[in-house]
Ligand binder design. Structure first.
Ligand code: DC
Length: 221
């Protein structure tokens, strides 16, 4: 295996890609970069500051003025916005349901892509998101696209939220996953799609361990 690879993992919400990317990075001793956490971080700050989510100019300005950092601590990836730890806060449903407002803005994406390229260019990284193989690192050594049926992805999200103590129902979660899918796939800049040359893995019915093995099989050969 070549050293210092750049590995891109994309896919829709609930495809298991965050967990898989994190475990693959651990197995390889690589840095794990959760790009969704970066979009969540600025969304969290926009909500906290009470910004109008339709105010493109203000949101792009905010993205330019915000420092984002991902730091590994034991088994966790801690997320910092302007040096304040917000790892838990950025997973709140209010943030999840507002991210698309920022993620669709070209000015916001431009800034995120620049940061992600800086973080990953040295190699030895697993980047996970929606546009890694298509926009951020189209020449990545390996590109994966993880997918699963809408029903399965919704069930996974539902269990995650319940485990965190949120009161949600499966039908509602499925509706939200569907909306986010549509928004992710239809935005003009950096939409979610299978990158050229990507290996597509459908994880419906697969355990996380099986997904990790499926990815590593390609890299370790
Ligand atoms: O992977 P996630 O659910 O934490 O991502 C949160 C949101 O961020 C998701 O709705 C889409 C957006 N996102 C994006 O537009 N581009 C990325 N590279 C990663 C995430």
């Amino acid at each position: 295996m070549k050293k210092g690879l750049i590995i891109a993992i994309d896919g829709p919400a609930g495809s298991g890609k965050s967990t898989v990317a994190k475990l693959v990075a651990e197995r390889l001793g690589y840095l794990y970069i959760d790009t969704g956490a970066m979009y969540r971080g600025i969304t969290y700050k926009a909500l906290r500051e009470g910004l109008d989510l339709e105010d493109e100019k203000a949101l792009v300005k905010l993205a330019g003025n915000t420092s984002l950092a991902l730091k590994k601590s034991n088994d966790n990836l801690e997320v910092y916005v302007d040096d304040r730890k917000v790892t838990e806060e950025i997973r709140a449903p209010q943030v999840t349901n507002s991210v698309s407002y920022l993620a669709r803005l070209p000015g916001v994406r431009e800034r995120m892509v620049k940061l992600q390229r800086e973080m990953g260019r040295g190699g030895g990284v697993v980047l996970e998101g929606r546009d890694i193989g298509t926009v951020v690192f189209p020449t990545a050594d390996y590109k994966f696209y993880l997918d699963a049926s809408l029903e399965e992805r919704s069930r996974r999200r539902f269990r995650e939220l319940i485990a965190k103590g949120y009161k949600v129902n499966l039908k509602e979660v499925e509706k939200e996953v569907k909306i986010r899918d549509r928004e992710d796939r239809s935005r003009k800049v950096g939409p979610l799609k299978v990158a050229g040359g990507a290996i597509v893995i459908d994880s419906t019915g697969m355990s996380i361990e099986e997904e990790v093995e499926a990815v590593l099989k390609y890299i370790m050969k």
